[in-house]
Design a protein around this ligand. Structure first.
Ligand code: PLP
Length: 375
């Protein structure tokens, strides 16, 4: 097994050595002044990354912990919750809300698709007393991005219904001005577009959200946002933080600030287009239609007669390039390439060329090579 694989999965991503090295710093007392300044620097840069004036809390858990934090703090037994379900991650979200006693109003769509604006408007019209509207902005299992967030946020602004967004596989790689779009709770994970190792969830909550949290009586302990907010005010965490990952996140956010958020997003757009152009030139079919295509997760249907597992195994063994397969109902039907974090022309060219060679070796003759990439 290579120790310098090119990780092109939809998270974790390749992590720059600057960030990896930050994790080797000595441990510090998490109840001391050094930790307070580390926390303060992270909290400040997270606000800029989320484009919010509200608190963003770093949690020592994977992304799912951040989602569970949002659900357990806002949903009480019997609360109505609208959920868009169009893939494995949104299904998980729905199941989690159910587990916390939520009364689900499901807006569903097939794999690779999304509910229409009319369907969204109709549910918003009918369900004015819902506690929250939950959405996975970028369905990582199918490479679909829902483009109606700004519209939904405008409608929900004047209502009591909270707008909760799972932006785990997209924040930092596509536009998401949390405050301007009236998102009340927003969650992301460290291992995606922030190019940090896995293991931290980041969650923002505004005043409207915290009012609901204060009234919520469902049990929660580790992820109690009231307690987390109280410690946050002192640049601290209620329980022992994952220090190496906090060091890594601080460095990842420095890197992001040096590049600039808009530039980072534009870079993701550019490389997503190169991937889509490349796969289409090879004659492959992209799962979602053009307007739904994600800039961070490229989902491609398997070529006829070739399983993605064969493609992925050969790609890894021969070229050291690692991509992902489908999940849930798309398992065995698609392969997915992550376009996240520190992606550059180098990673795109290597991945496209390695896939093209692999397909040739497996008996699929790509129509033509991926077009040359111009800088
Ligand atoms: N939600 C989405 C949209 C995701 O892409 C993921 C992970 O890929 C998760 C939730 C779960 O995150 P984690 O695996 O870090 O717990």
């Amino acid at each position: 097994m290579l120790d310098d694989q090119l990780i092109m999965t939809p998270g974790p991503t390749n992590v720059p050595s600057r960030i990896l090295q930050a994790m080797t710093k000595p441990m510090i007392n998490h109840r001391g002044p050094e930790f307070e300044s580390l926390y303060e620097s992270i909290a400040e840069n997270l606000k800029k990354t989320f484009e919010t004036k509200n608190d963003v809390y770093p949690l020592s858990s994977s992304g799912t912990g951040g989602v569970e934090c949002a659900v357990s703090n806002t949903i009480s037994t019997g609360d109505k919750a609208i959920v868009v379900v169009n893939g494995e991650f949104s299904k998980r979200l729905r199941d989690m809300i159910k587990r916390y006693g939520g009364d689900i109003i499901e807006l569903s769509a097939e794999d690779g698709q999304a509910p229409s604006l009319d369907e969204i408007d109709s549910v918003l019209e009918k369900q004015q007393n819902a506690r929250a509207f939950f959405i996975v902005y970028n369905e990582t299992a199918t490479g679909v991005t829902l483009r109606e967030l700004e519209h939904i946020g405008k409608i929900l602004k004047g209502r009591e219904t909270l707008f909760v967004v799972d932006a785990i596989s997209i924040l930092g790689g596509d536009y998401l001005p949390t405050d301007d779009w009236n998102v009340d709770i927003c969650i992301t994970g460290s291992q995606k577009c922030l190019a940090c190792p896995p293991g931290l969830a980041l969650i923002s909550a505004n005043e409207k959200a915290m009012k609901v949290v204060e009234k919520n009586r469902n049990p929660r302990f580790y992820f109690d946002l009231i307690k987390i907010r109280k410690y946050h005010e002192d640049n601290s965490t209620p329980y022992t933080p994952n220090l190496p990952l906090f060091y890594a996140l601080q460095e990842a956010l420095h890197l992001l600030m040096e590049e600039g958020l808009t530039k980072r997003i534009e870079r993701h757009y550019k490389h997503a287009q190169q991937f889509y152009d490349g796969f289409e030139a090879m004659g492959l079919q992209i799962l979602p239609e053009t307007k739904l295509r994600s800039k961070t997760v490229i989902a491609v249907r398997n070529p006829p007669g070739i399983e993605d597992k064969k493609i992925r195994d050969s790609l890894n063994q021969k070229y050291g390039v690692v991509i992902a397969g489908g999940m849930g109902s798309t398992k065995g039907k698609i392969f997915r390439v992550g376009n996240m974090g520190i992606i550059s022309d180098r990673e795109v060219i290597t991945t496209l060329r390695a896939i093209e060679l692999t397909l040739n070796e497996l008996g699929y003759k790509p129509k033509q090579s991926a077009p040359a990439i111009s800088r």
